[in-house]
Design a protein around this ligand. Structure first.
Ligand SMILES: NC(=O)c1ccc[n+]([C@@H]2O[C@H](COP(=O)([O-])OP(=O)(O)OC[C@H]3O[C@@H](n4cnc5c(N)ncnc54)[C@H](O)[C@@H]3O)[C@@H](O)[C@H]2O)c1
Length: 221
C-alpha cells in the first residue's frame, strides 16, 4: 500500500485527488494538506512515500524540497514554476520526481498527434482555453505541446493564444494550416476526473523512475 500526502487538498484538483487516492485499493491517504485547512506538507511527510502536489507556482518547489529532504517521492501536477530550478533540486537527490503538465490521456495523445502532424505541416498555432481563475498563462500543456512540436519538426515553437473564461475547465486546440487545408487537433476536459487515472499511475510508478525529474505522463505509458 502506497502512503500518499496530497498538497493543495482544499483546491479544485487537490479535492479530486484526495477522493481518488482514498478510493484506490493500493493507496492510503496519509494527509491532505493546505494552508486553507491550516496545514502544511512538512508535518505530514514523516509517514509518507509519495507527495502529490496540485498547488500554486509559488508554492510547489518548497513543497518538493521538503519532500526530497524527507526522502519522499514527488508527483507534480502544478504548472507555471521554474523547471530549471526543479532540475537543480533533483541533482543527487535520493528520491524521484515526476512532473506532468497534463495527466489526462486524451491530452497526452493530443500532444503526440500534434508533434507528428508538425513534421508534415510546419505552420501551426495553439489556442488554449481555461477557467478564469487559472494563475498561469500560457498553460503548461500548451508550452509542452509547442516544445514537442518544435522538437519533432525542427521549426520554431508555434505561437500560443490563451483564453480565460468562467464555464471552462481545460481545453486546447492545435491548428495546422497548409495551402487549401487545415487540420485541427482538439482536446476538451469536461471534468477533473479526467486527470485521476494518470495521477494514480504516476503515484504508483514514481518510485521506480530511471530519470528524475521525468517530464510527461507519456514516459509511464
Ligand atoms: N497536470 C495536470 O494535469 C493539471 C490539471 C489541472 C490543473 N493543474 C494545475 O494544478 C494546479 C492547481 O490547480 P487548481 O485548479 O486545483 O487550483 P486551486 O487554486 O483550486 O488550488 C490550489 C490549492 O493549493 C493551495 N496551496 C497554496 N499554497 C500551498 C502550499 N504551500 N501547500 C499546500 N497547498 C497550498 C491553495 O490554498 C489552494 O487550495 C495549478 O497549477 C494548475 O495549473 C494541472
Amino acid at each position: 500500500v502506497i502512503k500518499v500526502v496530497v498538497a493543495g487538498a482544499a483546491g479544485r484538483m487537490g479535492q479530486t485527488v484526495v477522493d481518488a487516492v482514498s478510493h484506490a485499493d493500493d493507496m492510503t491517504l496519509v494527509a491532505g494538506v493546505d494552508p486553507a485547512l491550516g496545514s502544511g506538507v512538512e508535518e505530514a511527510l514523516g509517514d509518507a512515500e509519495v507527495l502529490v502536489d496540485f498547488t500554486q507556482p509559488g508554492a510547489v518547489l518548497a513543497n518538493v524540497a521538503a519532500a526530497i529532504e524527507a526522502g519522499v517521492h514527488s508527483v507534480i501536477g502544478t504548472t507555471g514554476f521554474d523547471m530549471a530550478e526543479l532540475e537543480r533540486m533533483c541533482q543527487g537527490a535520493a528520491v524521484n520526481v515526476l512532473v506532468a503538465p497534463n495527466f489526462a490521456i486524451g491530452a497526452v495523445l493530443m500532444m503526440r498527434f500534434a508533434a507528428d502532424a508538425a513534421r508534415h505541416m510546419p505552420k501551426a498555432e495553439i489556442i488554449e482555453l481555461h477557467h478564469d481563475t487559472k494563475l498561469d498563462a500560457p498553460s503548461g500543456t500548451a508550452i509542452r505541446t509547442a516544445a514537442l512540436m518544435a522538437d519533432a519538426s525542427g521549426n520554431a515553437p508555434p505561437p500560443i493564444h490563451s483564453v480565460r473564461l468562467p464555464g471552462l475547465v481545460a481545453n486546447q486546440e492545435v491548428i495546422l494550416g497548409e495551402l487549401g487545408q487545415t487540420l485541427t487537433i482538439r482536446h476538451d476536459t469536461t471534468s477533473r476526473e479526467a486527470f485521476m487515472p494518470g495521477v494514480l499511475l504516476a503515484a504508483r510508478r514514481v518510485g521506480a523512475l530511471e530519470r528524475s525529474p521525468t517530464v510527461g505522463l507519456e514516459h509511464l505509458l
